[in-house]
Design a protein around this ligand. Structure first.
Ligand code: NDP
Length: 446
C-alpha cells in the first residue's frame, strides 16, 4: 500500500508539474515519510489530504520591468506561490537569484507548509521571489526592481493574508524597499513583511534567528549522543544570513568554526573564523569570502565551493543552497569523522547524501525542523506588530530556544510513534503533516 501511495502521488505530481525537479524531490521525500500515516488513517486517504496538499492553493507569476543605471529596460519574472492557508496566513520568504524558476519556488513553498506547522505558531505556507540577481547591482537598481516587484505583489499580500520575508538575495535592504512601496500603495502601515528594520516594526533576534535556531536544534542532537559543542570542529557552507549567525552562536557555545564559503569558493581558518570580519565583508561591503583570506594569514582560500565538504570536521552545517551536498560529499564527510549534520539551508542534502548519513549513524537534523527558527521568529514579529509592542532581545531569544526544543521533541516523538525511532527526517515530515492534515479535515473540502 505504501509504495503504491507514493507511486500514485508522484505520477500525478510529475505529470502536472513537468520539469520541476526540485519540487518532485521535496514531495517524494514527504510522501515516503507519511505513507505509513495514510495507511493507519483511512479517513486521510479518503479525504485525499496529501493529494490536496501537493497542489498549491494559488500560484502567481508576473512581469517585473525596471530600468537599470544605464537607462536600459530590464525584464524579470516574479513569483508568489500561496501553498497552504490551513493553519494561518501564507508565510514564507522571497528569493532573488538567477536560478529561480517555478520549480524552486514550489519546492520551497511545499517545505514551508510543514516547517511552519512544526513551529506551532499560526502560519500557513508560501514562498516567492524572482530570477533577478541583486549581486553587483547598485542600491538604486535594487530599489527600482523592488518597487516594480511590489506594484504587482501588493494586491496579493497583507498582514492577515500573506506575509513574505527574506531568503537568498533578500535581506534588510530589499525588505525595506518592498515594505516602503507596499505602504505607499495601500496607505497602511501593517506587519505585511517580517525581517523589517528595527526602526519600523522589526523584531530583535529576527536577523540572527535561523542561524541561532539551527544551533539550538543541533545542541539537542549532540546532547542525545552525549556530546556538547565545546571544542568541536564545525564546517558551515555559505556566508550569508544563516551561515553567519550559525557560526556566531556555535562559537559562543564553545565550538571552533573553521570554514565558510560562497558560490565562488571557500575559506578554512584552523584558528577559528573571525565572524566580525565576515559580517563586515558580506553585510557592509557586500564583498566575497576570499577577501577574508587576504585579511587573515591563518586562513586559506580555495576556488570552487564543492571542496568545503572535504574539510575534516565533527559537525557540518550546510547553509548555502539546495542539493549542495551530494553522495560523494556526504561520503567524504563520513570518512573524515563527521558525527552530526544540521541543515541550515532548505534541502541542502540530496536524497542519496541523506541516505549516506543515516546509514552511517550520523545524527541528522533535517531543514524543515532545524532551520525553522527564522520563520518562528517571524511569527513572533507578527505577534509584536499586532500588539504594537517590541519585546527585548532576551525574551525573543528565549522563545526561539523554547520553540526549537519543542520542534525537536515533536520530531523525536513522531519518529517513535511511527516506528522510525531516531529518524528525524521521518519525524519532522510526519509531525508537520499531522498538524496540517488535522486543520484541513476540520475545515472541510475547501
Ligand atoms: P543569503 O543570500 O544571505 O546567503 C546565501 C549564501 O549562500 C551566500 O553566501 C551565497 O554566496 C551562498 N551560496 C549560494 N549558492 C552557493 C553554493 N552553491 N555554494 C556555496 N555557497 C553558496 O541567504 P540565506 O543565508 O538567507 O539563505 C541560505 C539558505 O538558508 C537558503 O537555502 C535559504 O532558503 C535557507 N533559509 C533561510 C532563512 C532565513 O531566515 N534567511 C530561513 C530558513 C532557511 P554568493 O554570495 O556567492 O551567492
Amino acid at each position: 500500500m505504501s509504495a503504491q501511495f507514493v507511486d500514485s502521488v508522484m505520477a500525478t505530481v510529475v505529470a502536472r508539474n513537468p520539469g520541476e525537479t526540485e519540487f518532485h524531490q521535496a514531495v517524494h521525500e514527504v510522501a515516503e515519510s507519511v505513507a505509513v500515516v495514510i495507511d493507519k488513517h483511512p479517513e486521510l486517504a479518503k479525504a485525499k489530504i496529501f493529494e490536496r496538499i501537493v497542489e498549491p492553493e494559488r500560484q502567481l507569476m508576473f512581469r517585473v520591468p525596471w530600468m537599470d543605471d544605464k537607462g536600459q529596460v530590464q525584464v524579470n519574472r516574479g513569483f508568489r506561490v500561496q501553498f497552504s492557508s490551513a493553519i494561518g496566513p501564507y508565510k514564507g520568504g522571497l528569493r532573488f537569484h538567477p536560478s529561480v524558476y517555478l520549480g524552486i519556488i514550489k519546492f520551497l513553498g511545499f517545505e514551508q507548509v510543514f516547517k511552519n506547522a512544526l513551529t506551532t505558531t499560526a502560519i500557513g505556507g508560501g514562498k516567492g521571489g524572482s530570477d533577478f540577481d541583486p549581486k553587483a547591482k547598485s542600491d538604486n537598481e535594487v530599489m527600482r526592481f523592488c518597487q516594480s516587484f511590489m506594484t504587482e505583489l501588493f494586491r496579493h499580500v497583507g498582514p492577515d493574508t500573506d506575509v513574505p520575508a527574506g531568503d537568498i538575495g533578500v535581506g534588510g535592504r530589499e525588505i525595506g524597499y518592498m515594505f516602503g512601496m507596499y505602504k505607499k500603495l495601500t496607505n497602511t502601515f501593517t506587519g505585511v513583511f517580517t525581517g523589517k528594520g528595527l526602526e519600523y516594526g522589526g523584531s530583535l533576534v529576527r536577523t540572527e534567528a535561523t542561524g541561532y535556531g539551527l544551533v539550538y536544534f543541533v545542541s539537542r542532537i549532540l546532547e542525545a549522543r552525549g556530546m556538547s559543542w565545546k571544542g568541536l570542529k564545525v564546517v558551515i557552507s555559505g556566508s550569508g544570513n544563516v551561515a553567519i549567525y550559525a557560526a556566531q552562536k556555535a562559537q559562543q557555545l564553545g565550538a571552533n568554526v573553521i570554514a565558510l564559503s560562497d558560490s565562488n569558493g571557500y575559506i578554512v581558518d584552523p584558528r577559528g573564523i573571525k565572524v566580525d570580519t565576515v559580517k563586515r565583508i558580506k553585510e557592509v561591503e557586500r564583498g566575497r569570502i576570499k577577501e577574508y583570506a587576504q585579511e587573515h594569514s591563518s586562513a586559506k582560500y580555495t576556488e570552487g565551493w564543492e571542496g568545503i565538504w572535504t574539510t575534516p570536521c565533527d559537525v557540518a552545517l550546510p547553509s548555502a543552497t539546495q542539493n549542495e551536498i551530494d553522495e560523494a560529499a556526504a561520503k567524504a564527510l563520513v570518512k573524515n569523522g563527521c558525527k552530526a549534520v544540521g541543515e541550515g539551508a532548505n534541502m541542502p542534502s540530496t536524497p542519496e547524501a541523506m541516505k549516506v548519513f543515516l546509514d552511517a549513524g550520523v545524527s541528522f537534523a533535517p531543514a524543515k525542523a532545524a532551520n525553522a527558527g527564522g520563520v518562528a521568529t517571524s511569527a513572533l514579529e507578527m505577534s509584536q506588530n499586532s500588539m504594537r509592542l517590541s519585546w527585548p532581545f532576551e525574551e525573543v531569544d528565549a522563545r526561539l530556544k523554547q520553540i526549537m526544543d519543542n520542534i525537536y521533541d515533536q520530531c523525536v516523538q513522531a519518529s517513535e510513534v511511527y516506528g522510525a525511532k531516531g529518524n528525524l527526517v521521518i519525524g519532522a515530515n510526519i509531525a508537520g503533516f499531522l498538524k496540517v492534515a488535522g486543520a484541513m479535515m476540520a475545515q472541510g473540502l475547501v
